[in-house]
Write a protein that binds this ligand. Structure first.
Ligand code: RUQ
Ligand code: CUA
Length: 728
């Protein structure tokens, strides 16, 4: 009942809170009134109807209802009210016209203007779209095994998914950041975070493949990541969940949160030459949730900003307990200073265990090694590294404008958007204009850091990007809209509905010094009625807007893969000119490469059988193999001898429970196969590679254990019966 009361009050409170900013937004008034009636009725059900009955039956029933139905009911209510209140434009589907169609039309055979890299959320992958067409160009496997390419299945790629917890085959990928030089996208690498088992990946944009994955120790739920500094000196990784540190005993009661749980922000250095990542140092911070971040630029270069929530340090029912305080914090981190301390040996070395995996395009294999040490810099011992700035109501997005002067914090439950000024932050620090400390870290006075507030912007601000023309665009989850406002006077200029509930948004280069303010894409969490129904699961959706004029214009909708969070986009030219077409066969250093058909062979070593097999249009060599026995582990090492762009060959063998392979020109990949039943096993190519692709096949004979059939292999050696038929 206490819980219900809290819930009821939170709803009621929230409703009034929500209403406040919108009183002078007449269109929203009926909607807001409806919302309040709706929430009040929930409150009524909770408090008035159920409380007097107070029966065991009802509390059970309500507990169940609360868990499973309440959010759905609320959501349904919001949607009903949306349509009742007419918040949704009359003809949402017709909001675009033929002009919009021509703006996104890319004629057959023509290229898109931009590459758009989109995080896959719970799919663990990254997808690549062409903009403005919205055509899906590729899904890049990163943190999840991928049946399309054999990533995570082939012997060569398995180590990429190794962690200190063993192999993790499915991750949760939220944010992406393209590498930068002087605050501008340089087209070399794409960084991706994994939340669940904290990791950061680097994708090579020559090959569109994951080149490196580094695990983050002393972290859990790596959410404020992988944001980068202006010259890609560092990629950061801030823990979402505070936890006991890996180097301390973690077997503690959960309610010892305040005492034992800590947060960290890791600075991963990136080698300017080849991009290789290394955890340089980790900042130790008070226990709370770290959410998002962005680096400074221009005047604020050398600084990094992070949003945090749960400064209440709650460890249960966070939806209520972490929303109690009026303000949480934005962290301003002087990373240059921290780096100085680190280089001067001021950090503390601690024992940890984390995996570092790299993929080589010459050996065509990954290696995984376990690192055992990390350097901790305890922020409270160094008073000039970290400062906290109060920010209303559980901030989520933490975005820095192209000039590097303004830092925007988006409080999920706030009725306004605070914009902080870097100059004012510096002045406040110099004048020690503090309001006490939080866990030993100085708290700058809100007013002293504040540039101004965007008043009555909308409901549920989440993320902000910039167009480079003095405007900011913020997504509003609850009121389902994008709001354009001016950085100069913080006035709202335009608003446009999205369908529905946008999370992140992206303007190409929108978080760099040089945004390309022509397009904006909103990534919506809920699609409901936007596409043909596909059973209980509906796809998330992207919406492309033209922002070149004063008013935003909706151009197109297209479904996305997994759940997109952040995204990046860049002019196609910057990436396409460097795209790898083939791997040179003479540079292939895979230990199991077969350099030419005459070298193909099958070798037995105890119960291990290594098949050195080649592929070229349209046959395998060898394609007949005998002498494999039950109890053998067979390793098919496939080398694709092609040296032509876009001619991969596939490989499949019946009954293989380690998937299949897709091998690129000049590459070697290995499939491990442990046959379970004696008999004849066809093998074949799975990728339609030539007119005679269906002929690209062969057989493997598997004999009983202890049989004395010797290993033999051949290509083109037909039986006499078959050859005599040929002669006829
Ligand atoms: S999040 S919808 Cu994982 Cu970046 Cu804000
Ligand atoms: Cu090779 Cu089909």
């Amino acid at each position: 009942m206490i819980l219900l009361s809290i819930r009821g009050i939170t709803y009621a409170q929230q409703s009034f809170y929500d209403l406040e900013p919108d009183l002078d937004h007449p269109k929203k008034l009926p909607f807001m009134t409806g919302l309040i009636v709706w929430k009040a009725s929930l409150f009524y059900i909770c408090e008035v109807k159920i409380k007097p009955l107070h029966s065991f039956f009802f509390s059970i029933k309500f507990t169940f209802m609360k868990k499973s139905f309440l959010p759905i009911l609320t959501l349904t209510g919001v949607f009903i009210l949306f349509s009742l209140a007419g918040c949704k434009p009359k003809n949402a589907g017709d909001a675009t016209g033929s002009d919009a169609a021509s703006r996104v039309y890319v004629p057959p055979g023509k290229y898109d203007e931009l590459y758009n890299f989109v995080s896959g959320g719970f799919s663990g992958q990254v997808s690549v779209y062409g903009i403005p067409s919205g055509r899906l160009l590729r899904v890049i496997p990163v943190f999840s095994v991928n049946p399309e390419s054999g990533y995570g299945y082939s012997e060569e790629t398995k180590p990429m998914l190794n962690t200190s917890h063993g192999e993790v085959p499915w991750g949760d990928q939220h944010h992406l950041e393209l590498s930068q030089t002087n605050g501008e996208i340089d087209g070399r690498w794409l960084f991706a975070n994994e939340n669940n088992t904290p990791r950061v990946a680097r994708i090579d944009l020559k090959t569109f493949r994951t080149a490196e994955i580094i695990e983050i120790p002393n972290s859990a739920g790596n959410h404020s990541s992988p944001f980068i500094t202006e010259n890609t000196e560092y990629v950061v990784a801030g823990t979402r969940f505070s936890v006991p540190m890996d180097y301390e005993n973690g077997d503690v009661p959960i309610d010892s949160y305040k005492k034992d749980f800590k947060g960290t922000i890791s600075f991963i250095s990136v080698s300017p030459k080849d991009g290789e990542m290394k955890i340089a140092f980790q900042l130790l911070l008070p226990g709370m949730n770290f959410d998002l971040s962005h680096s400074g630029k221009g005047p604020s270069s050398g600084w990094f900003f992070f949003s945090t929530y749960n400064s209440e340090q709650a460890h249960t029912l966070l939806e209520v307990n972490a929303s109690k305080r009026d303000k949480d914090y934005i962290l301003a981190v002087n990373w240059k200073k921290a780096e100085e301390y680190f280089k001067a040996g001021k950090g503390k070395k601690v024992p940890v265990k984390y995996a570092h995996n790299t993929y080589s395009d010459t050996s065509h294999s990954a290696t995984s090694s376990i690192e055992t040490e990390s350097t901790i810099i305890d922020a409270k011992d160094f008073p000039d590294i970290v400062y906290m700035i109060p920010c209303p109501k559980s901030p989520h997005g933490c975005d820095v404008d192209p000039s590097g002067q303004y830092i925007v914090g988006s409080g999920k439950l706030a009725a306004l958007i605070p914009v902080f000024s870097f100059d004012k932050i510096q002045k406040a620090i110099a004048a020690k204009d503090f309001d006490g400390d939080y866990g030993g870290i100085p708290v700058i006075k809100y007013e002293s850091a504040l540039y101004g507030e965007v008043k009555k912007p909308g409901l549920g601000p989440l993320h902000t990007e910039f167009d480079g023309k003095g405007n900011a665009y913020t997504t509003f989850f609850i009121s389902s809209e994008i709001v354009k406002w001016s950085l100069k006077d913080l006035k709202v200029i335009d608003r446009h509905a999205t369908y529905y509930s946008p999370g992140h948004l992206m303007i190409p280069g929108g978080d760099t010094k040089k945004p390309y303010g022509k397009y904006l894409i909103a990534y919506n969490k809920i699609t409901k009625d936007r596409y043909l129904p596909t059973g209980p699961e509906l796809s998330q959706s992207a919406q492309l807007f033209d922002i070149s004029g004063d008013k935003m214009k909706l151009l197109a909708d297209y479904p996305s893969i997994g759940e997109p969070h952040y995204a990046q986009a860049v002019s196609a030219e910057l990436i396409s000119k460097n795209s790898t077409k083939i791997f040179k066969i003479e540079e292939n250093k895979n230990p199991y490469v077969t350099l030419g058909e005459p070298k193909s062979k099958v070798v037995r070593n105890g119960n291990r059988v290594d098949v050195y097999m080649t592929m070229i249009r349209s046959h395998f060599s060898p394609d007949n193999i005998e002498g494999v026995k039950l109890g053998d582990d067979v390793y098919f090492h496939l080398t694709n001898l092609e040296q032509d762009w876009d001619v991969p060959h596939g490989f499949a063998v019946k009954g293989a429970n380690t998937a299949e392979l897709l091998v690129m020109p000049g590459e070697t990949q290995t499939l491990k196969w442990t046959p379970q039943i004696a008999g004849i096993y066809p093998i074949y190519c799975t990728d339609f590679c030539s007119a005679l692709h269906q002929e690209m096949q062969g057989y493997v004979r598997v004999s009983a254990k202890g049989s004395n059939i010797p290993i033999s292999f051949s290509l083109g050696k037909n039986s006499e019966a078959a050859d005599s038929l040929l002669k006829k």
